[in-house]
Design a protein around this ligand. Structure first.
Ligand code: 3PG
Length: 306
């Protein structure tokens, strides 16, 4: 029987990416099943019931979903962060979980600057704003997205600093940024901080009052990573205390505490970092290829669970 590959995307890929995925899957003699813009967990549970493989984005692959997928052998998160997959549930069932690192990194990095310019120019309301040239940007976590942010920041004429607990100073230097050993030092130095850390037990709520409060005058904190890494009460407290502090996010905050800071807070209505045709094609097609390569050749290169 033909293998079934489900694409389950609450926020759909661009049509051109779906066509590309279909081509890869069908060329192999597999069947593509599409579940887009679903609105309930029940729809997802029903769709996973008989599939062999599945491609998701930020969709939540909980234990309930994994356990409902009786034939599932592989799940690929078309993107970088895989905190939405219950890896233990996958491992317990012998299911391979993968991501597609780097494939949507440029899209996220470009959005960082799109949002920064939008805010430092006062949402284009006619009032004089600011420029990025000559300012310092600190990149918190210098992986694929962070390095793309660094590349673009150089184009704006910014001084680029990076903190990454998993990289040596030489690696950071070789990747184009000035390494900073302690996160606190980077925050105290840079007017702009761009967050690119994954949500892990170590990073959850780690962007907190004490870390951020000493940013220089006219500070901008921009989050295109995960909502969970922000200590929202702590950041809201800084905004209360400092009228020069700005917070921009591509992930809706959990608390209601930022709306009152009009002109200093901006959130995209829907997470948009990776939402370009190019990124959808890169990540979606990579996911489909990884599935085929896994079934046909046993390739587990991008496996993220044990
Ligand atoms: C990622 O981890 O790759 C990004 O957060 C993109 O998420 P999305 O696929 O839901 O847009």
């Amino acid at each position: 029987m033909a293998k079934k590959v489900l694409v389950a995307t609450e926020k759909p890929f661009a049509a051109v990416a779906v066509n590309g995925i279909r081509e890869i899957v069908e060329k192999q003699g597999y069947e593509l099943v599409l579940l887009e813009k679903y609105t309930s967990k029940e729809e997802l549970l029903a769709a996973v019931a008989d599939v062999d493989a599945m491609i998701i984005r930020s969709d939540k692959a909980t234990k309930e979903v994994i356990d409902a997928a009786k034939n599932l052998k592989i799940i690929v998160r078309a993107g970088a962060g895989y905190d939405n997959i219950d890896l233990e549930a996958c491992t317990a069932r012998g299911i391979v979980a993968m991501n597609t690192p780097g494939q949507n990194a440029n899209a996220v990095a470009e959005l960082v600057f799109g949002m920064l310019v939008y805010m430092i120019r006062n949402f284009y309301n006619g009032k004089a704003g600011h420029e990025l040239k000559g300012k310092k940007i600190g990149i918190h976590a210098y992986g694929n997205v962070g390095q793309n942010v660094g590349r673009i920041a150089h184009g704006f004429g910014m001084e680029v600093y990076a903190y990454d607990p998993f990289m040596t100073a030489d690696q950071i230097k070789a990747a184009g940024a000035i390494p900073v050993e302690k996160a606190e030092d980077m925050y105290a130095k840079c007017e702009f901080i761009s967050l690119h850390a994954p949500a892990t037990p170590a990073t959850i709520k780690s962007i907190n009052y004490d870390l951020v409060k000493n940013m220089p005058k006219n500070a901008y904190l921009i989050n295109t990573a995960r909502q969970e890494i922000i200590d929202e009460e702590g950041i809201a407290k800084i905004m209360e205390e400092r009228p020069d502090f700005h917070f921009i996010t591509d992930i809706a905050p959990a608390c209601d505490c930022f709306k009152k800071f009009e002109g200093r807070f901006f959130a995209t209505p829907k997470k948009m970092g990776a939402q370009t045709e190019e990124a959808n094609i890169n990540a979606g097609l990579a996911a489909a290829r990884q599935i085929v390569d896994f079934f046909e050749n046993g390739n587990e290169r991008f496996r993220v669970n044990k």
